[in-house]
Design a protein around this ligand. Structure first.
Ligand code: NAP
Length: 457
């Protein structure tokens, strides 16, 4: 069972611990959220739209405090935490403004009568979220479901309990009704208990394949609809006609944003041979200019990983890669600090039989592959059991679009690294999960498309 505690990965200091939820707290949360769902069914959607705009205001008012707790708990740069809060504010505003329109009944042409479907709430949604974007992961599920009318029970990662509690408080202080989002510190058994409860109708998980399998199994066993936003091993294809400046700009944080702990960071950099040396040199220059330090300070550009455990796991994976034949092109020098820093590293010569070939490495590790041409790049990109995001770098937009359409991932960015915005669907295929969050697609995840047809003569 996970232990909920706030540990600063820069200092290793445990600064707060939290007790697990009791049976009474779980029952109370289920009761409150379910009653709210029943009330919301009779409420005009415009009321919730106004409240969601207030949630955005409330995050704006608490921007610094929210950002600081995220940095303290999982180590990301404060500037990135602030950016994350701003993104969440924009997601709340987007659904406050566009949500009611998206949820209008949809007419259907039918020879059998006047037909349409309503887009109705289905009930309480259980959200299991990871630590890497402590607020964004909550808001991706909360904002669309709030507009739909599905209350949320949140189980956040064990290492960001303070962020979860503060987000719950800020949402409540915006004037939202009790039960809009209830944060519970649950064990894995308690998660299964909540999923099995008849008052819960949907399950959303963002996290690893391991967490996904377990939670999806519980959802499937109880016939609850689920969305799974899982890991990725994203290809980043550099074609021979890539613009050199664009390439370097994009590479500048493609593997180090959030200390490389992004599901969609560019993990496999696949380069046609004519540009291979240039990419290696660009990456070396970028990595060697990073400045490790306190993530709360403005001049720090390399943050620690989220925990010592994460650092040990990544070090083990890199050791396996090297034992399997990979070579080190560059590694950042020793960092004299007991913090959870991982020294950014560039690996080459990773063959298909390397034990990490099909694994996700969650940190600042650039795996650089050399390929003959575009066709070989596409083939290697698709040689993965994941299918989350991808990038194509080329100065020919038509060519890049053609390549993008041949990559088996849920998202492709042309001439950029991963991006996210309220209006863009987020999600993957294969081992990266199923379903989409955000955009018009994401709002439909836990909606009852309720057909009404009038066949009166
Ligand atoms: P994780 O271990 O799967 O944790 C995610 C959440 O699931 C946490 O709340 C965790 O709780 C819970 N959980 C884990 N195992 C569980 C189990 N057996 N039963 C019930 N709940 C369980 O994920 P992580 O390793 O912390 O997060 C990083 C992963 O998330 C990476 O693979 C990354 O690519 C992926 N990710 C995907 C997306 C996307 O949108 N596709 C976005 C961000 C991250 P505890 O913390 O208490 O263990």
């Amino acid at each position: 069972m996970s232990k909920y505690e706030s540990v600063n990965p820069y200092t290793n200091e445990v600064f707060k611990t939290y007790d697990n939820a009791t049976d009474e707290q779980i029952e109370q949360a289920l009761k409150t959220t379910h009653e709210l769902y029943l009330n919301w069914r009779n409420q005009d959607i415009s009321e919730r739209a106004k409240l969601l705009a207030k949630v955005a205001d409330s995050f704006e008012a608490n921007r610094q405090e929210m950002a600081k707790i995220m940095t303290l708990e999982m180590g990301k740069l404060l500037s990135e935490s602030l950016e994350e809060v701003d993104l969440c504010i924009s997601i709340c505003r987007y659904y406050a403004e566009k949500g009611p329109e998206m949820l209008k009944p949809q007419p259907i042409e039918s020879s059998l009568g006047k037909a349409y479907y309503l887009k109705q709430a289905t009930g309480v949604v259980m959200a299991c979220e990871p630590w890497n974007f402590p607020l964004y992961q909550i808001i991706r599920v909360f904002a669309p479901n709030f507009i739909v009318g599905n209350p949320i029970i949140l189980k956040h990662a064990h290492n960001v309990p303070g962020s979860a509690a503060l987000a719950e408080k800020i949402i409540s202080e915006a004037g939202t009704p009790k039960g809009s989002l209830i944060n519970l510190f649950l064990s894995y058994d308690q998660i299964n208990q909540v999923i099995a409860d008849t008052r819960v109708q949907g399950v959303a998980l963002t996290g690893s394949e391991r967490g996904g399998r377990s939670v999806a199994e519980a959802a499937g066993k109880n016939l609850k609809k689920s969305t799974m936003e899982l890991g990725g091993n994203d290809p980043f294809i550099v074609l021979d006609d890539a613009d050199a400046k664009t390439l370097k700009d994009v590479l500048s944080d493609a593997r180090t944003y959030n200390a490389g702990q992004v599901c969609t960071s560019s993990k496999r950099i696949i380069v046609v041979e004519s540009r291979y040396d240039e990419v290696l040199e660009d990456l070396k220059e970028i990595f060697s200019n990073l400045k490790p330090g306190d993530p709360l300070k403005d001049d720090t550009t390399l943050a620690p990983l989220n925990s010592q455990k994460a650092k040990e796991k990544l070090a083990k994976q890199v050791d396996q890669a090297l034992a399997g034949g990979a070579k080190v092109y560059y590694q950042y020098p020793e960092i004299d600090n007991k913090a959870a820093f991982f020294r950014p590293i560039i690996l080459t010569d990773i063959n298909k039989d390397n034990p990490i070939f099909d694994d996700e490495l969650f940190g600042p590790v650039a795996e650089v592959y050399k390929v003959k041409d575009e066709a070989e790049a596409i083939k290697l990109a698709n040689d993965s059991s994941y299918g989350l995001g991808s990038s194509v770098i080329s100065s020919n937009p038509d060519r890049a679009a053609r390549v993008a359409s041949q990559i088996e991932t849920g998202m492709t960015v042309i001439n950029g690294r991963w991006i996210t915005a309220a209006e863009l669907p987020f999600g993957g295929v294969q081992k990266s999960g199923y379903g989409r969050e955000l955009s018009e697609l994401g709002i439909m995840a836990f909606v009852n498309e309720h057909l009404v047809i009038d066949v009166s003569k």
